[in-house]
Design a protein around this ligand. Structure first.
Ligand code: GRF
Length: 192
């Protein structure tokens, strides 16, 4: 059975969706590691409810940076655990070479826009502010850039008249929770 690691910073709804798909037999894998860089994030609670331990990833006091030595230690640990695929699920730090070298083409991310439109933070807000008529989410391989890796799949939602950043984000997140598990299943099946 394939082994998945989840890295997040927030509520963990995408991790939940992946875990639910595993329970439903739609993904033939197990989550063997959950890590979070934000103390007290709801992700810890969700992991606990799923019977999973969530490790606090200590980023040495840096607010945004993902220090190379922290990435190296994590890469080593996940390699030793035999992790096949790392799923970033709302993880707010930029992954770099120490992890990418150990897990080439084995790190996925979900982003709340139709990339290449609106990379980076608050993508849904940018879409509303711009008067975009459609938005959505993208699952992509992670490279060293900000939301620039190869796109695997996208789901589109309309931006409706009267939408606020919040209402659009909620609509996008519904699609995220459907798309991410499907892509994880597909990517894992191709790993053989
Ligand atoms: C999602 O909207 C994802 O696209 C973005 O961060 C959010 C994470 O949500 N990268 P959750 O923690 O999975 O609920």
């Amino acid at each position: 059975m394939k082994k998945i690691a989840i890295l997040g910073s927030g509520s963990g709804s995408n991790m939940q969706a992946i875990a639910d798909a595993i329970s439903a037999g739609k993904i033939n894998a197990e989550i063997v590691y959950v890590g979070c860089d934000i103390e007290g994030a709801f992700l810890f609670q969700r992991a606990k409810n799923l019977g999973l331990e969530c490790e606090l990833i200590d980023c040495l006091g840096y607010k945004q940076k993902f220090p190379a030595e922290v990435q190296s230690a994590l890469a080593e640990k996940l390699k030793e655990m035999g992790v096949d695929l790392i799923c970033l699920a709302g993880f707010m730090r930029l992954v770099g070479q120490p992890l990418l070298q150990v897990f080439p083409d084995r790190i996925l991310n979900i982003h709340p826009s139709l990339l290449p439109a609106y990379p980076g933070l608050h993508a849904w807000e940018q879409a509303v502010d711009d008067g975009a008529t459609k938005s959505g989410c993208t699952v992509h391989y992670v490279d060293a850039g900000m939301d620039t890796g190869e796109i695997i799949a996208q789901a589109t939602v309309p931006v409706l008249p009267g939408d606020t950043a919040k209402t659009l984000h909620e609509r996008i997140q519904i699609e995220e929770r459907k798309l991410y598990p499907l892509v994880v299943a597909e990517v894992l099946s191709k790993l053989g």
